[in-house]
Design a protein around this ligand. Structure first.
Ligand code: 2P0
Length: 361
């Protein structure tokens, strides 16, 4: 069983001069939700997600060797072509948390050029893809310094570092399916990083579609970090954590055998449970909007009428992720056009599908 210490790196000789690492990492959508954590992003329960394909952060990590190591990591952040001060504290915090594991970072000045392929403030969380891309980029630098490290170790370490930036980010390094958090049925699972479960997912899920309806694009009233904290002392917390273990066991079987009914049952239950936890926290809060519920009702009616295995899931926000097999794409897109677009801000949606994770460009 890997421990945090296993990811410590030697203080490599850092004579690699200067250069750039171009990489990208996608967002992911949890099917069994991470909601509640202890210190430094140790999840209160295991989660599993589909890695997305098109919604991603693209990062160019410029590095320049410093003769004298700086006391804290030296970097500039250029978001969408402009120097950005607002996002720097989160990145600074990330570097503070990871520097023990990648001590060479103090020997460089970084210019981090980054942008998302999805619209800013679309309600799509960018922390998973942005922290995923940055962690992956740093690991590529480590690979240059120590070419002997194996691909699987480097992916694990990228996920480990990404987790320290944002919990869900550890599920954005690989794909199409990533489990994060210790779970009895996934031998290789860990609270420290995401893993691809050793199962063959049924072909129907290998190109599963996720069309994201953008219902509310403003700032959320309660952040995910606050939401996680509210699970401490939550009256239903222990039952919820036990339920997540159980639903994950059942979902993995459904994913393996292609049981769409069971997939739908668990995925929708997880989405509603997540929001039920929010509604029963102290203080309680609601992130869904009236349009979220209208869409859910429409999806249920459509499924009943057509028997198309379309289901929804929700992130910590009002947007609705519509999940369905690729074979049903035309029917579902027609349904979205004719009945759901009216619930979307500026008629906007993002057409995505499962993908394979972070990569070098
Ligand atoms: C998830 N979410 O499993 C759950 C479901 C949102 C709803 O993980 O504090 O941004 O950075 O660890 O990962 C969002 O929380 O929180 C999240 P931090 P994160 O995807």
């Amino acid at each position: 069983m890997k421990q945090s210490q296993d990811f410590m790196a030697a203080d490599y000789p850092t004579n690699d001069g200067s250069g750039v690492i171009n990489c990208e990492a996608p967002s992911n959508i949890a099917l069994v939700k991470y909601w509640g954590k202890t210190a430094v992003q140790i999840p209160a329960n295991p989660s599993v997600s589909f890695t997305l394909n098109h919604s991603k952060t693209v990062t160019a990590l410029y590095y320049k060797y410093l003769e004298n190591a700086s006391p804290e990591v030296s970097f500039d952040l250029i978001f969408e072509g402009k120097f950005n001060e607002a996002f720097k504290p989160k990145i600074r915090k990330f570097f503070e948390l990871v520097e023990t594991y990648v001590p060479f970072v103090k020997h460089y000045h970084f210019e981090i050029h980054t942008h998302n392929t999805f619209p800013h403030s679309s309600g799509i969380a960018s922390s998973a893809s942005s922290m995923g891309a940055l962690a992956f980029g740093l690991i590529q630098l480590e690979k240059k310094l120590n070419p002997e490290l194996s691909e699987s170790f480097l992916n694990q370490k990228a996920s480990f570092l990404a987790r320290l930036g944002s919990g869900s980010a550890c599920r954005s390094i690989e794909g199409p399916l990533v489990v994060w958090g210790k779970h009895a049925q996934v031998k290789e699972s860990s609270d420290l990083f995401g893993v691809k479960p050793a199962l063959e997912i049924h072909p129907v899920f290998s190109d599963y579609q996720d069309t994201i309806l953008l219902i509310d694009i403003g700032e959320k009233s309660v952040s995910s970090s606050q939401g996680h904290q509210l699970m401490h002392g939550h009256p239903f917390a222990q039952n919820r954590f036990a339920q997540a273990h159980d639903q994950l066991s059942k979902l993995l079987i459904a994913l393996e055998i292609g049981d769409l009914d069971q997939f739908i049952k668990i995925t929708e239950s997880e989405a509603l449970t997540l929001h039920a936890m929010m509604m029963t926290s102290q203080p309680y809060f609601i992130l869904m909007k009236p349009e979220t519920l209208r869409v859910i009702e429409k999806v249920w009616a459509f499924r009943k009428e057509t028997a198309v295995p379309l289901c929804f899931t929700l992130d910590a926000g009002a947007n609705v992720h519509l999940l369905y097999p690729k074979a049903n794409k035309k029917t579902v897109l027609d349904f979205i056009q004719s009945e759901l677009l009216i619930f979307c801000k500026n008629n906007a949606f993002i057409d995505d599908e499962v993908g394979s994770g972070a990569k070098l460009l």
